[in-house]
Design a protein around this ligand. Structure first.
Ligand code: SAM
Length: 159
């Protein structure tokens, strides 16, 4: 698949290329790096979000879609969007079982392609380490959240 990273800065293009190159191995690497705990981390991150029926939810930097699938599976009638800067990561997500029920979009977390007040919740996992401007990234999530909407974030750091 051809990749198009023209709308992102040089750092974004480098990050996208790196994830494009590991997309087919990412899930296994992640499971190993979290000592097999990744499914629980994903569940806990989604459980932290309080949602009404049929919510509209965005998973930023969705990668192969773990958080997006967890929302779709947990919340009946949810309208789920998964956005990532890497086309190849999104290709892996798209072809997972149930992938046809989620809207996958290429885009930059620092410049989200959505109107203000669009989502009931935003999730993201392991995103903040990859962006050059964390404040702008969080501002964008706040902007696209509806008033009273919730953000839930999965990150890891040395103790
Ligand atoms: C470590 S992976 C995490 C994937 C997924 N959230 C998970 O929990 O497994 C980081 C992801 O962030 C994406 N990413 C990095 N910078 C981004 C940006 N500026 N905008 C959107 N996605 C970005 C990468 O392409 C990659 O898929």
């Amino acid at each position: 698949m051809t990749t198009h990273h023209s709308a992102v800065d040089a750092h974004g293009a480098t990050v996208a290329e790196m994830f494009d190159n590991i997309a087919d191995r990412y899930d296994l690497m992640n499971l190993v790096m979290t000592w097999g705990q990744e499914p629980r981390f994903i569940r806990d991150t989604v459980n932290a979000v309080k949602l009404g029926p049929a919510p509209k939810v965005l998973d930023v930097a969705t990668g192969t879609g773990d958080l997006a699938f967890e929302v779709a599976n947990q919340r009946y009638g949810a309208e789920v969007y998964g956005l990532d800067i890497s086309n190849e990561m999104l290709e892996v997500a798209r072809y997972r079982p149930g992938g046809e029920n989620i809207v996958w979009q290429t885009g930059d977390a620092m410049n989200l392609p959505y109107e203000d007040n669009t989502f009931d919740a935003v999730t993201h996992g392991y995103l903040l380490r990859n962006v050059t401007d964390i404040a702008k990234t969080l501002e964008e999530q706040y902007r696209v959240l509806k008033p009273g909407g919730m953000m839930s974030c999965l990150e890891m750091s040395p103790a």
